[in-house]
Write a new protein. Structure first.
Length: 525
C-alpha cells in the first residue's frame, strides 16, 4: 500500500471502480470534478490514481501534467509516475526537467523507482555526463546497491564507448546479478560494435531468456555478422525448448537471411511464424517482404505484401525498395502510385523517395527521377538528405549528364560525402570522363586518405581509356601509401548452411581446393 494520505475505503473502492470503466478523457474529467466537489481535489492518493490512469490507459500526458501541476507539494510517487510517463514516451527532456525540479526543491526525496527512468533519459539529452551526475545522486541517496538501479546504471553507461569500462565496473560490483543485468551488458557491447565481448558475455550467462538471445542475435545482425546471427538462431531453436523465438528474434534472423541470400532458411522461418501465429502485424510482414526481396524472390515478397491487412508506410517502402533493388523501376513506381491511391492516407517520407530515385537510376528514367526529387521538396516539404543527393547524382552521372550532376553538387546544403563523389566517379567510369574522375578521386582522398578503393576505381577508368602509364602510376602510389581496400564478400547457401567468401582470402581450410575449382570455372586451367 502506498505510504501517503488515503481516503475512506468505501470512496477508494468507488473511485477505482469508476476508473476501471473509464475509456475517455471526458470520463476522467467528470471523475475529477466529482472528487473536487467532495473536497478531494488535492488528495494525493486520488491524484496519483488519476495521473497513472491518464498516462497509462489514456496516454494523455498534457492532461496528466495539468493534474500534477495543480498539486501544492506532489509526493515522490507522483513525480515517479510523471517521469516514468515522459521517459517511456521518449520525451526525455521533460523527464529530466521534472526530475531536476524535484531535486532543486529538496522535497520529496527520490526513491529507487524513479532512478531507472531518469537514467534511461540521460543518454538522450545530457550524454555520459548526465549519467555520472545521477550516479552521484544515487550514491548520496543510498540506493547504489539496489539491483534495479545498478542494472539501469550499467545500461546508461554502456551507451557510450568511453564509459563501457564504467558499465563493466558497475556490473562486476553488483550485489546481485540477474538475467536482466547480464542482458544489459551484452546489449551494451553489441551496441558499440564489440561483438566479441558481447558473445563471450552471452556464453558466460548462468541462465538465458528470450531477450538475452534477442540481444546477441540482433547485435550480430546489426554489426554485419550475419552468419553468426543465423548460427545463434539455429542454436536457439534446436537447444532452447523454454526460450522460443518471438517476433524480435525472427525479424533479426530474417534480416540476416536477406543479407546472406539464405532463401531456404528464410522460408523455414516464414513457416515457423505461421505455425506459432507470430505474423499478425506489419512488423513481421515488413521483415518477410524485405527478406524475400533481398533474396530475389519478388513474387513471394509481393504475395506477403498483398496479404498484409494493415500496411504501414514501412510496408510500402519495403515493397518499393524490393523492386528498386532488382532494377524493376516500373514495379517500384507502380507500388508508389498504389500507395498514393490507398485509403489509409499514407504520406511518403524520405525513405520512400530514396527507393524511387534508386528505381529511376536502374531504369535510366532521368526526367522522372528529377520530377520525384523536386516533388519531394515541393509537395511533401521533405528536406533532401545526403542519400537523396547521392541517388540523383548517380542517376545523372550514369546518363552522362555531368554538368547537371555538378550543378546538384554545388547546390547541396551539406558537404558532399564519399557516397556523392563515389556516385559521380561511377558515372565517369561509364562515360570515360577522366578529368572529372580525377577531380572526384581527389575529393574522395581528402575524405579518406587511406582508402585504396578510390584509387582502384580511378585505375579502372584509365584502363577503359587505354592509359596504361597512368594505371601503373596509380597502382604504384597505392602500394607506397599502404592504402587499404575493403575486400568484397559474398555468401552462398548449400545444404542449409551458409558459406562466406572474401576476396583473396586464404584462411579457409580448403583454400587450395576452392581456388582450383574457381580457376576451372574461369577457364584458367
Amino acid at each position: 500500500m502506498l505510504a501517503f494520505d488515503q481516503p475512506k475505503p468505501t470512496l477508494n473502492h468507488h473511485v477505482l471502480a469508476i476508473l476501471e470503466r473509464c475509456n475517455h478523457i471526458n470520463h476522467l474529467k467528470q471523475l475529477q470534478a466529482f472528487l473536487i466537489a467532495l473536497g478531494h481535489g488535492h488528495t494525493q492518493f486520488f491524484a496519483f490514481k488519476l495521473v497513472r490512469f491518464c498516462t497509462l490507459a489514456l496516454v494523455n500526458l498534457p492532461y496528466a501534467r495539468s493534474i500534477f501541476d495543480h498539486l501544492t507539494s506532489p509526493n515522490v510517487f507522483l513525480y515517479t509516475a510523471m517521469v516514468t510517463a515522459y521517459s517511456s514516451r521518449s520525451d526525455h527532456k521533460s523527464a529530466l526537467l521534472l526530475y531536476r525540479d524535484m531535486v532543486r526543491r529538496k522535497s520529496p526525496r527520490p526513491n529507487h523507482f524513479i532512478f531507472p527512468h531518469v537514467l534511461k533519459s540521460c543518454p538522450e539529452v545530457l550524454g555520459s555526463r548526465g549519467t555520472e551526475l545521477v550516479h552521484t545522486q544515487i550514491v548520496k541517496s543510498g540506493f547504489a546497491q539496489y539491483p534495479v538501479v545498478q542494472t539501469a546504471l550499467l545500461d546508461s553507461y554502456s551507451r557510450f564507448c568511453s564509459d563501457l569500462g564504467t558499465a563493466r565496473k558497475v556490473f562486476d560490483e553488483m550485489s546481485e546479478r540477474n538475467v536482466v543485468s547480464w542482458t544489459a551488458m551484452v546489449s551494451g557491447y553489441a551496441r558499440l560494435g564489440k561483438m566479441g565481448s558481447a558473445v563471450l558475455m552471452f556464453e558466460e550467462m548462468p541462465e538465458r531468456d528470450v531477450p538475452a538471445w534477442n540481444a546477441v542475435i540482433a547485435g550480430c545482425t546489426q554489426n554485419g555478422l550475419f552468419s553468426e546471427s543465423i548460427s545463434l538462431f539455429r542454436r536457439m531453436v534446436t537447444m532452447e525448448e523454454d526460450n522460443r523465438p518471438n517476433q524480435v528474434t525472427v525479424v533479426c534472423s530474417l534480416s540476416a537471411c536477406g543479407h546472406t541470400g539464405m532463401l531456404q532458411l528464410g522460408r523455414c522461418i516464414h513457416g515457423y511464424i505461421y505455425r506459432y501465429g507470430l505474423g499478425s502485424d506489419s512488423f513481421i510482414s515488413n521483415a518477410l517482404v524485405d527478406m524475400y526481396g533481398k533474396c530475389g524472390n519478388l513474387k513471394e515478397a509481393r504475395r506477403v505484401f498483398d496479404k498484409t491487412s494493415k500496411r504501414s508506410l514501412t510496408s510500402w517502402n519495403s515493397m518499393i525498395n524490393c523492386f528498386a533493388l532488382h532494377g524493376q523501376s516500373e514495379g517500384a513506381i507502380r507500388v508508389f502510385e498504389e500507395m498514393m491511391e490507398c485509403v489509409d492516407d499514407v504520406i511518403p517520407d524520405g525513405v520512400t523517395f530514396v527507393g524511387l530515385l534508386n528505381a529511376c537510376t536502374h531504369g535510366g528514367l532521368v526526367e522522372q527521377g528529377q520530377f520525384y526529387f523536386e516533388s519531394m521538396i515541393r509537395d511533401y516539404r521533405i528536406e533532401p538528405q545526403i542519400e537523396h543527393y547521392g541517388c540523383l547524382i548517380d542517376l545523372l552521372g550514369r546518363a552522362g549528364r555531368f554538368e547537371e550532376a555538378m550543378g546538384v553538387v554545388r547546390g547541396m546544403r551539406m558537404p558532399p560525402d564519399e557516397v556523392v563523389w563515389g556516385s559521380l566517379l561511377n558515372g565517369c567510369k561509364i562515360h570515360g570522363r577522366i578529368d572529372l574522375a580525377e577531380f572526384a578521386v581527389k575529393k574522395l582522398v581528402e575524405i579518406d586518405p587511406k582508402n585504396g578503393g578510390y584509387g582502384a576505381m580511378l585505375a579502372n577508368v584509365y584502363v577503359e581509356s587505354g592509359k596504361w602509364d597512368e594505371v601503373r602510376t596509380v597502382r604504384q602510389m597505392l602500394k607506397e601509401q599502404n592504402a587499404y581496400k575493403t575486400p568484397g564478400c559474398s555468401w552462398i547457401e548449400v545444404d542449409n548452411r551458409v558459406n562466406q567468401f572474401y576476396s583473396v582470402d586464404t584462411t579457409h581450410p580448403r583454400t587450395e581446393e576452392i581456388y582450383t575449382i574457381l580457376d576451372c570455372l574461369l577457364g584458367f586451367s
